[in-house]
Design a protein around this ligand. Sequence first.
Ligand code: HEM
Length: 586
Amino acid sequence: MHNGVKPHWPALTKGYIISELTTIGASTRTVLQTYVGQLQYLDLHYTTGNYYNDMDAADSATPAVGEGWQPPLFSTSSWLLIITACVLLFVYDYWSHHYLARLGIPGGSSKPFIGNTLDFFFNKEGIQGYHEKCFARYGKLFGSYLGWRPGVVTADVDLVRLVCIKDFASFTNRRRQPIDNKPFHKALPDLRDDHWKDVRGILSPTFSGSKMKLMAPLINDCLDPMIRKVAKHHEEGKSLQMKDIYGGYLIDAIGNCAFGLTLNSQETENDPFLFNTKDIFNFKFNFTIFVIVFLPFLAPVLNYFGATTFRRSTMNFFENIMDQAVELRRSGAERRLDFLQLMLDAHEKSYLTAEDKEQATEEEKLEEEHRKHMSKKSLTMDELKSQGLVFFLAGYDTSSTTLGFASYLLATNPEVQDKLVNEIDTLAPGRDDVTYENITKMTYLDQVICETLRVYPPAIVAAREASRDYQYQGYTIPEGMEIFISVWQIHHDPELWEDPDKFDPDRFTPEQRENRHPCAWIPFGVGPRNCIGMRFALLQTKMGLVRMLQNFRLETCAETEIPPVLGKFGFLTPANGFKLSAVPRS
Ligand code: HEM
């Protein structure tokens, strides 16, 4: 209270509000006269009929409460304009949200303006829960809308095979992102057509078996602090938050393998790398995403201001790290074996060794063929930075989640853990036995990881865009339409997997694999646009688990959530992490 005088707060009556609005009307007019100019103002007068008179009347006579309220700010023609615009908007909304129905594609009701956006972002059971419900209701193909943007969601493995493999030429791309999201704007997942093919051709040898063999010792070094940390937790009688334990290890491993950085984030308090990486995955529905979903035509404005879907300071942090690392290599002051060096040298090195060629997948053979004909031989600086960042982020969350789920499944299935420990003790009993060669010999380990990725696939959806009208079983998927492949649903389809919720690594014995549909297990996607980092992801995941089980037995504790509550958006994660205890093996 100033000077002891009580301020007078006017009552918020209807009359008061109207009088305030008319004052605002008058001042608005003054501003218009001053800044827009007399001519325009007169024009407004003529085009809106009695606008000028209405405003004067409103200025001079504030209607008393209860005198029969008339809208004071707009003339009749303005109201007509507003009503017409609203009607047109509703017609457009109705027309847009019935597009899939006109194509005969089944799908549920969508809400005015927002379509099924709430189901995507805020569904109680996550996207996977939304998919499960829709597939149960409509079969293996249904349509839904993100804002006004229609898309088709499928769990039909025959359609997935056509889209991702056989007719890949008609589904080469993912949807063009309306926001540049610098410095990610030249990253492989977002590139299109020939640009994508060339960059993928240049990058793919980076992940060959021979390169992985060289990276295994770098990864192994990053596991030493993890083992020390787990042992310390046990001594202090603490349970383990597995996602954090593995997250720290993976930051160090990817920092080392991607950029040659010795981070030691596991033993550094408040490590900025860990902080910024976590920040990226701490998803929040923000203004930029709102614009992408509802107002994509405003994207150029956001691009102009350099808006990103992530926090700007986080983007700057990673961009600076990349700039410094590239500068150091280009100056010749440093040379290391990592993805950055392999990308910088891509134009001068022979691509694959004879052994790599022998072990190459079908996709890698196609890429090798493409390389012979492409004119682009090296990456631009922007392309290089974008790939480095994507490798870092793609490798962190997906792999730490896989390791966390694998640990949880082993702790809750002790007989599987016993069998796996037995294999590890036979093939790689000591620290230095954890080599690329020994890891590839561990068949039961491979079964355990494959089954973990089936039950809990970190990427629950993969996407493609149709580049032409495509016919399938009487449906038309029009050019430009996105098709979402529900990895989650395919992995839990009882027609493909008996008792799908049961964790059973024996589903991946060689005999069982042989009889399976080629698109029934797709945690890394499928076809020429599958995950380029699969070999690296499997290596770092398997090495992490082997070193953990050489030293500790994983057990549930009082804080273990069984089954884990799943997060609701983006990559599949446990909402509350994985709490387990690790008991040293004597
Ligand atoms: C367990 C770990 C991982 C999982 C489950 C995973 C899963 C996936 C999936 C489902 C896709 C989309 C594939 C498709 O559309 O068919 C993908 C693409 C991609 N992944 Fe991974 N990923 C993992 C680790 C990694 C790692 C470690 C890297 C890099 C070091 C990486 C880099 C990429 C890139 C660059 C693409 C885009 C490929 C393209 O468009 O050509 N991923 N990943």
